[in-house]
Ligand binder design. Structure first.
Ligand SMILES: [Zn+2]
Length: 337
């Protein structure tokens, strides 16, 4: 299943279609064969370090290690939560990289897409192996994913809570999409800059009715079966907006401390949501519960562009795409009436 936004369900569903640079980079070369022969021997040498490519030197392919340096520049691992597992999951740093696919989840459908395209590197937001494992035998779906990627010469890198927390990360993208200004983190990063941390809170340019703001949110989110759920008076006015991509029901104290009129996040469970409504002051904060996948899918295109820019500035030539697969797990929903 592909992933159009609610506001553009009949348009081209390629999320990079609006980026002429990336579109140009997508054309031209056929997928690479013989990936197993690339172990740092027959690939072109990559440029060392950062900085612009010297004049007269043709762009070269980066190695996985070169890409990891760029990933660290954009989404430092030091910003990841203690419980998280980010960075390279599998792959060899010496392998050359021509094609990179970004996705939210390392599902088999996404791996199909990566391998059919001939990707050398898959960057996903969610970890494949968050919890420790004792086996990656191909008898489990995770082990099978590991085998398919390794056997096809495709490395896997996770950019999870470091991608949430960084400037330009998941919640920054949401805040920008909603037009918020003067944004600050809901929970500042322990090891980061003041503008880094989990979630964001900021102000809309103008006061809006909750119903109109919910329509704005709906129009921006990808089209998923669960749609968007709202708690609060549709005629209530909102200006100060808190956002958190992914599951954000642990952040209600910060949302209240920031006097947000409305909180947009995903995976709101019954008890935290119910208690937040009971504790509301003048009905606020109102709640908008969106798709977990959708809230993070919005980040993929700016993340892919950012990585492409860093690598291009360093003189590397890569093709980067965003997955078009909808990995939201729900397929349909029944509602009364
Ligand atoms: Zn998530």
């Amino acid at each position: 299943m592909e992933t159009p936004r609610n506001g553009e369900q009949n348009s081209n569903s390629d999320p990079l279609a609006e980026n002429p640079e990336t579109r140009a980079a997508q054309g031209g070369q056929d997928s690479q064969d013989g990936l197993d022969s690339q172990d740092g021997q027959d690939g072109q040498d990559s440029l060392d370090g950062a900085g612009s490519i010297p004049e007269g030197v043709a762009p070269s392919q980066p190695t996985v290690g070169d890409v990891l340096v760029a990933v660290e520049e954009l989404w430092p691992e030091s910003l990841a939560e203690d419980w998280d597992a980010v960075g390279m999951v599998l792959g060899r740093p010496s392998r050359t990289v021509q094609r990179i696919l970004f996705a939210v989840d390392p599902t088999h459908e996404v791996i199909d897409e990566a391998l059919e395209w001939g990707a050398d590197l898959l960057v996903t937001h969610h970890p494949l192996l968050l919890k420790p494992v004792h086996s990656v035998a191909g008898t489990s779906f995770k082990g099978e994913a590991v085998h398919r990627l390794i056997e096809s010469g495709c490395a896997l890198v996770t950019t999870h809570t470091n991608g949430d927390s960084a400037v330009g990360g998941v919640s920054d993208v949401l805040a920008d999409a909603f037009g918020l200004h003067d944004t600050v983190p809901l929970v500042p990063a322990a090891n980061g800059l003041p503008e880094e941390g989990i979630g964001r809170v900021g102000n809309l340019p103008d006061v809006m009715k909750l119903a109109d703001f919910a329509e704005l949110v709906f129009s921006i989110m990808p089209a998923v079966a669960g749609g968007v759920r709202v708690a609060g008076d549709p005629q209530g006015l909102v200006r100060r907006v808190a956002v958190c991509g992914g599951a954000g029901d642990s952040l209600f104290d910060a949302v209240r401390a920031q006097h947000a009129d409305v909180y947009v996040t995903a995976d709101l469970r019954h008890h935290p949501a119910s208690e937040a409504r009971e504790a509301a002051v003048n009905g606020r904060p109102y709640l908008i519960d969106v798709s977990h996948f959708g809230s993070e899918w919005l980040w993929l295109t700016p993340a892919a562009s950012a990585l492409e820019n860093v690598l291009t500035d360093q003189g590397f030539d890569v093709e980067i795409r965003v997955s078009t697969r909808n990995t939201d797990p729900w397929d349909f929903v029944l509602t009364p009436g």
